[in-house]
Design a binder for this molecule. Structure first.
Ligand SMILES: C[S@@+](CC[C@H](N)C(=O)[O-])C[C@H]1O[C@@H](n2cnc3c(N)ncnc32)[C@H](O)[C@@H]1O
Length: 322
């Protein structure tokens, strides 16, 4: 089995939509940049280069293993850099509350290739590993606990809500039946149970049969949607007027939260449409950088298939520089 901390390698994470992120954030020398999902530092490296030696980069990640990547980048970069380990849904509100202000904030959501590719983290249905899926390895809740201890109806809810799994009920029932004899310990055991619970034709359509349940468990273990909902208003508060926020999401549940948040804050007046004149006086807080979400092009998808589901949305904070 691989150790939990491996020496960083250049192939660990290819930053998704890298040029589009750079253009959207338009980082200038002297800026303060917050990379709230540092990962292997691919985006941070590019944004630090845009600071051209002057400015600050604050990196955030809840996964302790990113430290090696951060140290490597900090050694090579002339930019002032700090790593804050923690959930961006907690760290960004704390930074905002402490008066930290930023010119550019990036959230590149979800798991990194290095998390997916390290079997011992238990994120992948493709390799047999302990049932884990914690991004923060010091957290107590893991996929093992959810699969073995959560009531059947809660399993159905998360498989439906976070995985959009058609056979949520059948899969949850099969899990509960099997765990009464022997608890689930490994991803491979769960994959076999999922395969056995769904009708044979469904095993061959629409990707790996365990894909949606694994996504659902990962979102639940890491409270991914709750963290995003807490982070977005804090990111807006941290931005200076004219500052920019860019968010890359990889599935519709995240993208919906981002889209709704940006829409609400881009809208000025909140008066009912039949009011002849505005009485609320609300001004837009954000302006969209692009009219539609940015998707990866064919060349990027061919080189990095993970980018095919990526959607980038970016906005500028209203104010003097906007
Ligand atoms: C898609 S990767 C980011 C890759 C990075 N942009 C790069 O170029 O290397 C997502 C990273 O965000 C981290 N992450 C996800 N959700 C988080 C959260 N709520 N708080 C802090 N970090 C989070 C994960 O641990 C992972 O390292």
């Amino acid at each position: 089995m691989l150790p939990n901390v491996l020496p960083p390698s250049a192939a660990d994470h290819v930053p998704v939509l890298a040029n589009e992120v750079r253009e959207s954030l338009a980082v200038r020398p002297g800026d303060t940049v917050v990379d709230a999902t540092f990962g292997a530092g691919g985006h941070s490296e590019l944004l630090a280069a845009d600071l051209q030696g002057g400015g600050k980069l604050i990196a955030v990640d809840r996964d302790p293993t990113v430290r090696a990547y951060f140290d490597r980048l900090a050694r090579r970069s002339s930019v002032q850099m700090r790593l804050l380990r923690g959930d961006f849904g907690v760290v960004l509100p704390q930074l905002a509350e402490n008066g930290v202000r930023a010119d550019a904030i990036l959230l590149d959501l979800g798991v990194s290739s290095m998390q997916l590719d390290r079997p011992e983290r238990g994120f992948s249905y493709a390799t047999d590993a302990p049932l884990d899926m914690r991004m923060d390895t010091s957290q107590s809740l893991s996929a093992r606990e959810i699969v073995n201890e959560w009531p059947e109806r809660e399993l159905v809810t998360i498989f439906r809500r976070f995985g959009e799994e058609r056979y949520a009920r059948q899969i949850a029932r099969a899990i509960v039946r099997e765990r009464t004899d022997i608890p689930f310990e490994r991803t491979g055991e769960l994959v076999e149970t999922i395969k056995g619970a769904i009708p044979a034709p469904a095993r061959f359509g629409d990707g790996h049969p365990a894909k949606r349940v694994f996504q659902a468990l990962r979102i639940a273990v890491n409270d991914e949607l709750g963290s995003l909902e807490a982070a977005l208003p804090a990111a807006l508060e941290m931005l200076r007027p004219g500052g920019r926020l860019a968010v890359i999401s990889f599935h519709s549940l995240e993208d919906r939260i981002v889209k709704q948040f940006l829409r609400e804050r881009e809208r000025g007046c909140t008066c009912p449409p039949d009011f002849p004149v505005c009485v609320c006086g609300h001004e837009p807080e954000l302006r969209a950088v692009q009219r539609r979400p940015v998707r990866a092009g064919e060349a990027e998808i061919a080189a990095n298939p993970r980018s095919s589901s990526a959607r980038l949305r970016a906005a500028v904070k209203a104010g003097s520089d906007a």
